[in-house]
Design a protein around this ligand. Sequence first.
Ligand code: PRP
Length: 214
Amino acid sequence: MSSQDVVIALTKGRILEETLPLLEQANITPSEDISSSRKLLFDTNLPNVKLMVIRGSDVPTYVEFGSADMGVAGKDLILEYGSSGFYEPLDLKIAGCRLMTAEPVDAGPAPDRLKVATKFTNIAKRYFAEQGKQIELIKLNGALELAPSLGLADAIVDIVDTGKTLKANGLVAKDLIAEVTSRVIVNKASMKIKNAIIKEILGKLREAVVRKHG
Ligand code: PRP
């Protein structure tokens, strides 16, 4: 890879599916089918633009430290990472969902010290502190929706899209913590050093978002 290459970090799944058409409108197309490949780094039609596919929660890390110049990450993961180590110049308005608190449908009055299970521990800590509520945080990495019915937690903080997962597990959404969409983030040094190409990509992506949403 040359020092003038621009590496864009993406995540498999909904973000990749919804980002690729926007990248295509910015004249960036991968040289092979990303979803069916086990590779992690991909060439594109542009010799100096590469795409990298990693876990969503790793995108902010790769971008902050400059191993990726740009990345696409959910606002939830950006808030959880909590860094000012990169720029966030563009909302792609894709992969929309909400970050919410949820509790059992039949929850009684809240205890003084709420037990909250989540993988978004930084967000939950900040949110409940702002509300002046004392909580005990329980870090889980998945299947959070089980925690209340098994007595592990009184409430959870998680992503809600259709609400089906909550409903299927006897939970109901309570407070909205943040509206989530995918954002483009850019490494601060790359923004200076590779300004021309990054600005061009951002400009074309912005046009694509405007075309889609007006
Ligand atoms: C998220 C979230 C919920 C589910 C909500 O999980 O953690 O489990 O989606 O969606 P719904 O409101 O449409 O039911 P995801 O599938 O993204 O996987 P994850 O557990 O790895 O976050």
